[in-house]
Design a protein around this ligand. Structure first.
Ligand SMILES: NC(=O)c1ccc[n+]([C@@H]2O[C@H](COP(=O)([O-])OP(=O)(O)OC[C@H]3O[C@@H](n4cnc5c(N)ncnc54)[C@H](OP(=O)(O)O)[C@@H]3O)[C@@H](O)[C@H]2O)c1
Length: 325
């Protein structure tokens, strides 16, 4: 089996906690060649933890010929520069969400990936958790009848104010962060043809970033999605389908731990079913998808996903009423 040499750009929390362990888990498919940081000390500590090479400066990662793919967990506002540099250096890229600040940036990066024959994928790992396939099958089998409404909420209490998510200059804001998950989930279940009907973004005057918000969309069959997200909210991480004969709720839709059995609740007139879904590692699963797409040259679906997601995010921003807090 061909092994892909992969490098990590930035000592991000998510890299340390979830994605590098998943890379190591797939050691028949990936070889972790190096971890780069802006700071030598940080690179050394993390590289030592995962028994790989520390590099100072992101450029040094891109100069390595043994690295074919880059995992990029940088803040969104840095993606345009570094994804472009990585693609120009001939590397496939798995970039954290949100991949781009806006549609024009996404378009440029996708065009570049296409022209170079490289894979560019956005790391929406939740999509690859088996619980959603089980939900998908229940919906197809009309377990709750015809779908009347999709609703999703992802939000959490305030973060440390030094977190880059409050820094507009590097792409902060709740829409590009938590909101992006709900939008991606709506597209996966309702289709790519979503139209934004309305949105409200609540803006913190200090950081000039959206801290929470709501959006309403509909697909071509008329099914409506109501999505809510935020950084100043009671923790919620779910989606819900209201059908003609029942209601289905995924209680831990986006961030189930790899050893956690997420619960799906189905309410019907006959009673409530609480279904324990098998634990799954969506970080390993998305890396598996990255690996097979990269080798099979099946890039186009992932590139289309990037474009659709960023187009919708633009529509939400342009449609939204902004409320100053
Ligand atoms: N898919 C998921 O499950 C998931 C979950 C959480 C977060 N994320 C995404 O992953 C990315 C990282 O999130 P995180 O929570 O892990 O963040 P984090 O710990 O703050 O890491 C971000 C990294 O980016 C680098 N960086 C470069 N310039 C920076 C700047 N101006 N400000 C801050 N960091 C800068 C830093 O690496 P060096 O200092 O080493 O260069 C830093 O460690 C974000 O895009 C986020 O949306 C994804």
């Amino acid at each position: 089996m061909k092994k892909i040499g992969i490098g990590v750009m930035g000592c991000a929390n998510i890299a340390q906690r979830s994605v590098i362990p998943a890379i190591i888990n797939l050691s028949d498919k990936f070889e972790l060649k190096a971890i780069a940081s802006r700071t030598a000390d940080k690179a050394q500590v993390l590289a030592a933890q995962f028994n790989t090479t520390p590099l100072t400066g992101y450029d040094s990662l891109l100069q390595r010929e043994d690295i074919e793919a880059v995992y990029m967990p940088l803040p969104t506002g840095l993606h345009k520069e570094w994804i472009a540099k990585a693609l120009l250096a001939g590397k496939h890229v798995l970039a954290e969400k949100s991949l781009a600040l806006d549609y024009n940036s996404a378009r440029e990066l996708v065009d570049l990936a296409r022209s170079k024959g490289l894979l560019l994928m956005e790391n929406f790992m939740f999509r690859y958790h088996s619980q959603h396939k089980a939900v998908w099958e229940m919906l197809q089998n009309k377990h709750i009848g015809e779908i009347r409404l999709f609703r999703s909420q992802f939000g959490f209490p305030p973060l440390d104010k030094s977190n880059f998510r409050y820094d507009k200059a590097v792409g902060g804001g709740a829409l590009l962060d938590a909101g992006a998950y709900t939008l991606r989930a709506a597209q996966w279940f309702l289709g790519r043809d979503l139209q934004v009907l309305s949105a409200v973004l609540y803006i913190d005057p200090k950081s000039d970033s959206d801290i929470y918000g709501n959006m309403t969309l509909r697909n071509q069959s008329g099914v409506v999605a109501q999505l809510s997200f935020g950084f100043d909210n009671f923790y919620q991480c779910n989606y819900e389908f209201w059908g003609s004969t029942g209601r289905l709720i995924a209680n831990k839709a986006f961030t189930p731990k790899t050893n956690e059995m997420p619960r799906i609740t189905v309410d019907k007139a006959t009673g409530t079913e609480n279904l324990e879904m098998p634990a799954d590692n969506h970080f390993v699963n998305i890396l598996d998808e990255f690996y097979s797409s990269l080798l099979s040259n099946k890039h186009s679906e992932h590139l289309e996903d990037v474009l659709n997601q960023s187009k919708l995010l633009d529509c939400v921003r342009n449609t939204s009423i902004k409320v100053n807090l």
